[in-house]
Ligand binder design. Structure first.
Ligand code: QAP
Ligand code: CO
Length: 168
């Protein structure tokens, strides 16, 4: 059981492309447990392994209000189902204190392995669909601030760098 350290923008390690999980083991499950603990403690609704400096394709999500819908996605593959773009305010545990509107498709299908290594497929809409895409982006080294204007992104980078220096 452990709360893990979350990497913060503009840490270059957040740009790492994660590798596929080849075998889901007890070690994988222990990591997933720590990821949920870290996410719930924050509190957040989604966390990708990339954010805790583990470069494997693992995502945990719980968009419920009461920690009642924990979801695990190992090696997730997302297919966009409708062409309807929706704007939603996004945040990120790796970009603390900043929220910006991002436009994404809000109906997706996702194929992944569960925590027992069993393949499953589900459809998601709304906040869950957005969260899945946001977390999958992390596994590909992408952040929600990449979708906003360079001016806003630089402003966020400078503020966070200043905080990091103050905390060092
Ligand atoms: C991704 O983000 C997400 O700035 C998950 O100070 C967010 O859990 C997808 C958090 C919104 C779709 C919509 C952010 C916690 C949590 C902060 C999170 C903060 C503390 C973010
Ligand atoms: Co994030």
């Amino acid at each position: 059981m452990a709360i893990l350290e979350i990497l913060e923008f503009p840490d270059p390690r957040l740009r790492t492309v994660a590798s596929k999980v080849t075998e889901v083991t007890n070690e994988t499950r222990a990591l997933i447990k720590d990821m949920f603990e870290t996410m719930y403690e924050a509190p957040g609704i989604g966390l990708a392994a990339t954010q805790i400096n583990v470069h494997k394709r693992i995502v945990v999500i719980d968009v419920s209000e009461d920690k009642s819908q924990p979801l695990v996605f190992i090696n997730p593959e997302v297919t966009v189902l409708t062409g309807e773009p929706h704007e939603m305010q996004e945040g990120c545990l790796s970009v603390p204190g900043f929220y910006e509107d991002v436009t994404r498709i809000d109906h997706v299908s996702v194929k992944a392995l569960d925590k027992n290594g069993k393949p499953f497929e589900m459809e998601a809409e709304g906040l869950l669909a957005v969260c899945i895409q946001h977390e999958l982006d992390h596994l590909n080294g992408k952040l929600f601030v990449d979708y906003i204007s360079p001016l806003k992104r630089n402003r966020i980078r400078k503020k966070l760098e200043k905080q990091h220096k103050a905390n060092a």
